[in-house]
Design a protein around this ligand. Structure first.
Ligand code: SF4
Length: 385
């Protein structure tokens, strides 16, 4: 039976100082000055609407992620107001994780302290590389020194729990260069590292004028040796690009990938909401253009779509199999509202092929990919199409 899963909140801030040539996020070069107060008010209206959709107040928020764009362009006072007002309607779990994405180029000494004061307890810093030449190629507004300084500022402001975003497979990058970036990152002692490969996405400058990327053999070498290096320093992979020290997996990431619910507010934000009484799972998306979002008169929904019963198994698996630990039979049933029998035969055939595994732990049936299956995740998923 369909049950209401844990609830998170995603808040999108759609502006950046400059658009990076590889970026396909809903981010726009900032107008000056930003309509900060007006946008916070719009977010609060948007939240009220999403909260109404939930149809219950008997639930608490387990995580909030303020992403972008560059959320660190806004000040701590704005987030304090936003979080306090949200908390008047919706209870926060006692161990709620509240993350804010910050860019080193927008890190100012006082700002991180204000973020902490506002109730933000985790920072995610968009470092990408510690090599100045590569940062320039990526169109970043910061250099390596500023990145290191931003990390220091975050620590001094009391953020023991912080993530560093790093990219690999950058133009002309060798395995040695990529490992060097990782090594510097780990010397900064973050609790979490998001380490992901540069991909060329449509609608980006890199798509129109592609840079020369490393050969596949080098990419593979980077992947294999980088993972070894991370593991050797106690950063354990729990999702395709996410590595955490013990006890520091991101609650927000895990809720996304285990097909949990999240309200999405802000320009272009996506959400997923389960309505057990109506046996429905909805996907929501907000108006994308910041100016249209700000001035909308009749709500800010861009799209509202139901995940149909027949679509649920694949949607669930596309998320849950990104997690190394996979999922439990019970989780599949409560989050899709379908019996495990819907996918059992195909799981069994993948087990025979050595791509998936099932084990009984404490009376729970756990299903995950094997190491080979995890490497060829898309092929595994194709079996469930
Ligand atoms: S800072 Fe981040 S969100 Fe902004 S343009 Fe660059 S990659 Fe995109």
């Amino acid at each position: 039976m369909l049950e209401r899963p844990p609830l998170s909140l995603y808040i999108h801030i759609p502006w950046c100082v400059r658009k990076c040539p590889y970026c396909d996020f809903n981010s726009h070069e900032s107008e000056s000055p930003l309509p900060e107060a007006q946008y916070i008010d719009a977010l609060l209206e948007d939240f009220s609407q999403e909260f109404g959709r939930l149809d219950t107040d008997q639930i608490e928020l387990q995580s909030i992620f303020i992403g972008g764009g560059t959320p660190s362009l806004f000040g701590g006072a704005s987030y304090k107001k936003l979080l306090q007002r949200i908390n008047e309607s919706l209870a926060f779990a006692t161990d709620i994780e509240v993350t804010l994405e910050a860019n080193p180029g927008t890190a100012e000494a006082g700002r991180f302290t204000d973020f902490r004061e506002a109730g933000i307890n985790r920072l995610s810093l968009g470092i990408q590389s510690f090599d100045d030449a590569r940062l320039q190629q990526l169109g970043r507004i910061h250099n390596a020194d500023e990145a290191l300084k931003a990390i220091e500022l975050a620590k001094n402001a009391g953020f023991a729990n912080f993530n560093l975003d790093l990219m690999h497979g950058l133009p002309d990058q060798t395995a040695k260069d990529a490992l060097n970036d990782l090594q510097i990152a780990m010397e900064c002692n973050p609790s979490h590292v998001s380490w992901y490969q540069l991909t060329i996405e449509p609608n980006t400058v890199f798509y129109r004028r592609p840079p020369e990327l490393p050969h596949e053999n080098i990419l593979e070498e980077i992947q294999i040796s980088g993972q070894k290096l991370l593991e050797s320093q106690d950063y354990h992979q729990y999702e395709v690009s996410a590595y955490a020290k013990p006890g520091n997996k991101s609650l927000h990431n895990q809720n996304y990938w285990s097909f949990g619910d999240y309200m999405g507010i802000g320009a272009g934000a996506h959400g997923k909401i389960t309505l057990p009484d109506e046996s429905k799972i909805l996907r929501t998306r907000k108006i994308k253009q910041p100016n249209h979002y700000l001035t909308a008169l009749n709500g800010r929904n861009g799209e509202l779509k139901e995940i149909l019963t027949q679509e649920r198994p694949l949607e669930f698996l596309m998320n849950a199999l990104r997690l190394r630990r996979g999922f439990s039979k019970k989780q599949f049933e409560s989050r899709t509202g379908l019996p495990f029998g819907e996918i059992a035969k195909r799981v069994e055939s993948q087990v025979e092929n050595g791509l998936m595994q099932m084990e009984e732990v404490d009376d729970e049936l756990l299903i995950s990919t094997t190491a080979t299956g995890y490497r060829f995740l898309n092929s595994v998923l194709e079996e469930f199409l």
